[in-house]
Write a protein that binds this ligand. Structure first.
Ligand code: BGC
Ligand code: CA
Length: 348
């Protein structure tokens, strides 16, 4: 919205039924208030960093949602996407600029998930809804304001599914995974960025789920920051050290699983260990079809983008979002994770 029409909107800013109503620009077309009608809708999307395979798939889906919205409403919707370059202070400046320019909603893939309070307070002061996604703020920060939301997936569930994929392979044919036949699965763990909820919980739950039914032994673990090249470097060191002893590779995401595959190939391994990832990105699905990646867990980028837009739509229509989206504890929208293996792909 533009500054001229602000006073018109602010009269319609209201709180009803505990929900923050976005009485502003999104309602402009229907408000009948004044003659200066701007029908543009502007949404700011602040990414922790642009160079991330999974985040790129979320962005693609947000663009699709935006185009669908435009077709539906015949109004222009601008998505302004910024790259935080992994710096919280850069991202704070980007969000400030969105708020200064009266954006209608802000979506934040926060760099440092312990730093949400400042952003939430600023969004509240401007009465602009703030939707976090993928990188989960702590609950006490979200609880600061009812206009703060989180759209994501439950990290522990992805870990459980990963552990289950490995446990099921063992159950189906122990010798296929337990190469040295000692009755124990020797594994390595490629971890995502330290401090990310998905790193902590996928690491913990994958192993805990596996060891409920299968004896396992950790050979090595290290962070590779979600990154294919870093994962390949870690795996290269482990192959030098443990060689064929590595029976299973848990990777907190697909890019790192693909990095492990790169390293196995470069080392000239003919029989790859049993490698699992998370995300179900397009290159990971290809690797599953090729048989080099044994399993992954679908991180629902499309569902997340849909949920973010469903929230924005509800707020724009002045509705309590809990009526149209499944909102937990007033703030959370959860996307379920899904198991993906060669069998599930074949049956789809
Ligand atoms: C994904 C990773 C991604 C990270 C970024 C995770 O949920 O699995 O692939 O790099 O989010 O925050
Ligand atoms: Ca073994």
């Amino acid at each position: 919205m533009n500054r001229r029409s602000k006073s018109c909107f602010s009269r319609s800013l209201a709180k009803r039924g505990g929900a923050v109503l976005l009485g502003g620009a999104l309602l402009l077309g229907q408000s009948g208030c004044g003659s200066q009608r701007t029908t543009d809708v502007r949404i700011g999307v602040a990414l922790y960093q642009q160079n991330d395979t999974f985040i790129s798939t979320v962005v693609e889906n947000l663009e699709l949602q935006a185009r669908a919205w435009e077709e539906e409403t015949s109004r222009k919707l601008t998505l302004n996407i910024t790259d935080g370059g992994n710096s919280q202070s850069t991202q704070n400046d980007q969000v400030d600029r969105f708020l200064d320019r009266d954006y209608d909603a802000i979506c934040v893939n926060i760099v440092d998930r312990t730093a949400a309070a400042v952003l939430i307070d600023k969004a509240e002061a401007a009465n602009v809804p703030i939707i976090f996604f993928n990188r989960q703020p702590v609950q006490e920060d979200l609880d600061r304001w009812e206009g703060a939301y989180y759209v994501g997936a439950r990290a522990e569930q992805s870990g459980e599914i990963q552990g289950q994929i490995v446990a099921d392979a063992w159950k189906a044919d122990p010798a296929a995974v337990d190469r040295n036949g000692d009755g124990v699965l020797q594994y390595v763990m490629l971890e995502g960025e330290p401090g990310h909820q998905d790193t902590l919980l996928r690491t913990e739950y994958s192993v805990n789920t596996l060891t409920e039914t299968v004896p396992a032994e950790k050979l090595a673990s290290d962070t590779a920051n979600w990154d294919r090249t870093q994962a390949s470097a870690r795996m290269t060191e482990w192959i030098k050290r443990y060689g064929e002893e590595i029976e299973v590779v848990f990777a907190n995401n697909d890019d790192m699983a693909l990095g492990a595959i790169d390293a196995c190939r470069a080392a000239g391994m003919t029989e790859l260990p049993f490698i699992v990832g998370v995300d179900a990105t397009p290159p990971a699905l290809e690797a599953i079809e090729a048989g080099t990646l044994k399993g992954t867990v679908l991180n629902d980028a499309e569902g997340m983008a849909e949920a973010m837009f469903a929230l924005i739509r509800a707020l724009a229509a002045g509705e309590d979002p809990a009526q149209s989206v499944e909102l937990e504890e007033g703030h959370y929208i959860w996307m379920p994770y899904r198991r993906v293996t060669a069998e599930t792909i074949a049956s789809e």
